[in-house]
Design a protein around this ligand. Structure first.
Ligand SMILES: Nc1ncnc2c1ncn2[C@@H]1O[C@H](COP(=O)(O)OP(=O)(O)OP(=O)(O)O)[C@@H](O)[C@H]1O
Ligand SMILES: [Mg+2]
Length: 259
């Protein structure tokens, strides 16, 4: 579990539009890396390239490399479905499958991957995943009730359980707390802190306090103007980014002067 990501000169396109240009960075295992930057600078776009979710959009493609423990995700013959099993994703809005029970939601990704499980193995996996996402105690007596009947914060933890049930190496999270109240947000942050002992975690956030609370390393992305590509401006230890960044634009952004 938990793998190192190395990105080499990645360019990300939507058809003719170069959305993100020339990103190179290393993301260490068992750590939390935060992506910050103004709206439209390409954080979500870049994040989705780390598990080949970008290319599900028609005409979207990348050039460059993303290596997971040395293996290029974009190499010839690599199956994107297998990539997404290793690199899981949690989205901004909790998106449990509304017609499925809590139990079925946790198992949804596992079933998609065609793994046949006995009832007792499935029960174990459901319990382990829900414990892993800190939701077990709240839902253990209602596993057959719809996932959509949970609160927003519980739904987001259900989605995290669904993501970890497939036993990925990396967890990508795109603004996972933006639809949540402060208490649920803190619960997710605590959870991220626990999960990093097992996973490589990348989180996009607009919340500077959150970035400084949860992440070890922070990457600041910026954009020179509309229609221009987003770029990685500075990438360093979170404490450095928030106290003594090298670039003026990073300092302006983290101190709230723009964005
Ligand atoms: N499906 C798409 N097709 C074409 N262009 C897109 C698509 N999705 C995003 N873009 C463009 O790519 C650029 C980067 O968008 P992206 O959503 O990655 O930004 P972001 O940094 O995540 O912004 P936010 O903080 O608002 O979520 C923007 O110019 C956006 O309009
Ligand atoms: Mg985004």
């Amino acid at each position: 579990m938990s793998k190192r990501i190395e990105v080499n000169d990645l360019n990300v396109y939507y058809g003719d539009f170069l959305a993100v240009e020339g990103v190179s960075m290393n993301i260490e295992p068992r750590s939390v890396t935060a992506f910050i930057g103004p709206s439209g600078c390409g954080k979500s776009t870049f994040l989705r390239t780390l598990n080949r979710m970008h290319e599900v959009i028609p005409k979207a493609y990348v050039t460059g490399e993303v290596l997971l423990d040395g293996d290029n995700l974009y190499g010839p013959g690599v199956d994107p479905v297998l990539v997404r099993r290793q690199v899981g994703m949690v989205f901004q809005r909790p998106n449990p499958f509304p017609t499925m029970s809590i139990r079925e939601n946790v198992l949804a990704g596992v079933s998609l991957n065609n793994r046949r499980l006995s009832k007792s193995d499935a029960d174990d996996l459901v319990e382990r995943s829900l414990k892993g996402s800190n939701l077990w105690e709240e839902v253990k007596d209602r596993l057959d009730k719809p996932g959509s009947g949970l609160s927003g914060g519980q739904q987001q933890r259900l989605c995290i359980a669904r993501a970890i049930a497939v036993q990925p190496e990396v967890l990508l999270m795109d603004e996972p707390c933006s639809a949540l109240d402060p208490i649920s947000t803190l619960a997710i942050e605590d959870l991220i802190d626990e999960l990093k002992t097992e996973y490589t975690i990348v989180i996009v956030t607009h919340n500077m306090q959150q970035a400084s609370r949860v992440s070890d390393r922070t990457a600041f992305f910026n954009i020179a103007g509309t229609g221009k590509p987003g770029k990685l401006i500075e990438y360093d230890d979170t404490s450095t980014i928030f106290s003594t960044p090298t670039e003026k634009s990073t300092e302006d952004y983290v101190s709230g002067r723009f964005g």
